[in-house]
Design a protein around this ligand. Structure first.
Ligand code: ZN
Ligand code: ZN
Length: 112
């Protein structure tokens, strides 16, 4: 499961990204490669952990808003100008939407 929702905040989700970041706030070394959680090669103190992004799915009339750099720098300005379309979702929002649909189908099948 890649998604953790926050209790009481129905439209807020945490989605894991592809990169890992050092848990040491003084270091914050980031690696793009997918690897096991391991000691940070840069500072040797922190642990490399998956970066997670916060998605507000109700933002922009259901398009969603993500706090990743790509969304904030490139997609949000277009949405603010009134543009619409699925290309205005970053991969984290797309992944979340995909996962929600799969879960909805699974639940609906269980009820039948
Ligand atoms: Zn580090
Ligand atoms: Zn994102």
């Amino acid at each position: 499961m890649i998604i953790a929702s926050i209790p009481g905040e129905r439209f807020t989700f945490h989605v894991k990204g592809d990169s890992l970041r050092c848990s040491n706030p003084m270091c914050s070394h980031e690696v793009k490669r997918r690897m096991f959680e391991t000691e940070c090669p840069k500072c040797g103190e922190g642990i490399l952990e998956p970066v997670s992004y916060e998605v507000q799915l109700d933002a922009f009339d259901g398009n969603g808003e993500c706090d990743c750099d790509h969304f904030q720098m490139h997609l949000k300005p277009l949405l603010n100008q009134g543009h619409k379309g699925t290309t205005l979702r970053c991969k984290h929002i797309s992944r979340l939407v995909d996962e929600i649909i799969r879960e909805w189908v699974r639940n609906a099948k269980n009820e039948a």
